[in-house]
Structure formats: structure tokens, C-alpha cells
Design a protein around this ligand. Structure first.
Ligand code: ADP
Length: 159
């Protein structure tokens, strides 16, 4: 069994994230979407909300599980028996950060590979921050996020 981890903040999940998760699910036996609990960040959505939105948006993918995690990603990967960490790459600007993390993770756990998937062209501009900015000004986000996320964003910014 080739299990992989798709880690991230997912605050909230976008169509760009979903594209990477879907493509990973077509290559690997099991994809564990791991939602990071980062005490240094103040997310818009709580952990439970983020996990729930991803579960709802990936329920059609039989080999995808969604969990939260805190601590070192490589420890979590080992604990879940994952052979690789899957990350998405958008622009050159992502590269430096990703290279640093992949290098540190390889030092800590050489048996856990990091695999990068290039963004699909139509999602290359998408990030959770852009989505939140548009939603905060009541712009249309239904083309950027799954419907479960669009609904939650409306609730957040209309209340
Ligand atoms: P993090 O805070 O760990 O970067 P994110 O939730 O922003 O978490 O992203 C999780 C993963 O999804 C990262 O690998 C990121 O590069 C990738 N990603 C985010 N947006 C896109 C996109 N539009 N296309 C492809 N990959 C993306």
C-alpha cells in the first residue's frame, strides 16, 4: 500500500488544493489530507470547520481521508505509514520555501519522499488568501472553491 500525506493549512480548501488531492488519489492507494494545527497562525476557520469542509468536498473520492495534525510532519507521516508527502507547486515563489522544507524533512526522515505536483494552469493564481480577500468584499468565489466552502465563506462574511 502506498499511502501519502497532503499537508496544509487549508484555510479554506480551494479548487487548487482539491485538484492536487484528486490527482494524488489517482496515483496512490490512499491520500491522507492532513490539516495543520499551527499555534502561530490565527486561521479564519476553526480546525473542525476546515476538516469538515474538506471531508464534504472529497466525499466522492473513496481513498481520501481527512485528519488534523500538530507537531512535526515527518513524525506524523511515519505514524500514518506514509511513504511520501505530496505538495503542490504554483510559481517560482513557492520553490524556495518548498526546497527548504523538503530538505529538512529528508534530513529528519530519509525514507519519507516529498513529491511535487505542478498546479493546473487554471488554478495557478489561486490561494486561500486570495479567496478570503475576495469573499471579504462579497466577491464571487464559487469558481474558486468547492460549493461547501463557498457557502461557509458567505456565512462567515455575512454575519
Ligand atoms: P501551507 O500553509 O502549508 O502552504 P496551504 O493550505 O496554503 O498550506 O497549501 C497546501 C498545499 O497546497 C501546498 O503544497 C500548496 O503549495 C498547495 N497549493 C495551494 N494552492 C494551490 C494551487 N492553486 N495549485 C496547486 N497547489 C496549491
Amino acid at each position: 500500500m502506498k499511502n501519502v500525506i497532503c499537508p496544509g493549512s487549508f484555510d479554506p480548501l480551494t479548487n487548487g488544493h482539491l485538484d492536487i488531492i484528486t490527482r494524488a488519489s489517482q496515483i496512490f492507494d490512499k491520500v491522507i489530507v492532513a490539516v495543520l494545527h499551527n499555534p502561530n497562525k490565527k486561521p479564519l476557520f476553526s480546525m473542525d470547520e476546515r476538516v469538515e469542509m474538506i471531508r464534504e468536498s472529497t466525499k466522492h473520492l473513496n481513498n481520501v481521508e481527512v485528519e488534523s495534525y500538530s507537531g512535526l510532519l515527518v513524525d506524523y507521516a511515519r505514524q500514518r505509514g506514509a511513504c511520501a508527502i505530496v505538495r503542490g507547486l504554483r510559481a517560482i515563489s513557492d520553490f524556495e520555501f518548498e526546497l527548504m522544507h523538503a530538505s529538512v524533512n529528508r534530513k529528519l526522515a530519509p525514507e519519507v519522499e516529498t513529491v511535487y505536483m505542478m498546479t493546473s494552469n487554471e488554478f495557478s493564481f489561486l490561494s486561500s488568501s486570495v479567496v478570503k480577500e475576495v469573499a471579504a468584499f462579497h466577491g464571487e468565489v464559487s469558481c474558486m472553491v468547492p460549493s461547501a466552502v463557498a457557502e461557509k465563506l458567505k456565512e462567515k462574511f455575512n454575519s
